[in-house]
Design a protein around this ligand. Sequence first.
Ligand SMILES: Nc1ncnc2c1ncn2[C@@H]1O[C@H](COP(=O)(O)OP(=O)(O)OP(=O)(O)O)[C@@H](O)[C@H]1O
Ligand SMILES: [Mg+2]
Length: 241
Amino acid sequence: MSIPVDPVDVPARVRDLARDAALAPVWRNNDGGLTFRTDDGRFIKHAPHNAESSLADETVRLEWAGRFLRVPHVLESGQDDTHEWLVTRALPGESAVAPRWVAQPAVAVRAVGEGLRALHEALPVEECPFEWSVPSRIANAAGRGIRIPDALREPPPIDRLVVCHADACCPNTLIGDDGRWSAHVDLGLLGTGDRWGDIAVASMSTEWNYGPGWEDALIEAYGVEPDRTRLSYYRELWNAT
Ligand SMILES: Nc1ncnc2c1ncn2[C@@H]1O[C@H](COP(=O)(O)OP(=O)(O)OP(=O)(O)O)[C@@H](O)[C@H]1O
Ligand SMILES: [Mg+2]
């Protein structure tokens, strides 16, 4: 998954959704999904049907989370036999992996860590209708034909139950001109779980985007001492599912 550098074929559906607006490709994910920005202030996600999470799942989660936190506002969504789409209003800020932030990893890593903490503080766990617990993640993986190693079936006791982002990789935090987090995107799996599920992945993902040496800086920005047992468990679970 990355910012596209080569020309991108614009799907016919995306052209229709853009109406008269011009389109710029901004993201290609690992499952063949594409995201475009329009020059009239929208983002269009278009992706093949995906068994792990759907854009319909993301739509209901964005609508729920948007009551408490700055996340994309859904303008329209839909599906056909092969693909789904989700059109949202553009939020201010740029992805934490935009070139300007990759050039300033200390600023970006702090913004992602602080932003993740703010997300966990803002979303009310007792009201959340969605789950991202270890059993639900193992069941989701099983539905995709993935069998989790036995050693991962018994998670560490929950440290703090929060509403997790559930894909807390750096690209899913937006950063404003002031270098602070401004919004969260990509909430298709959002649900309740131990906060270390997110912290483990957010910190691990710094290496993919900024190189080695930033993991603990993210955890410090989040505002906790590294819990090595839970970090390694949730990183292994992420990699296995
Ligand atoms: N409403 C929005 N406002 C601003 N930027 C957005 C918006 N929606 C998406 N983006 C940008 O587009 C990128 C891709 O969107 P998103 O992360 O939702 O796609 P994805 O294909 O599900 O990503 P992933 O590869 O993480 O699965 C984001 O990282 C963000 O930079
Ligand atoms: Mg994303």
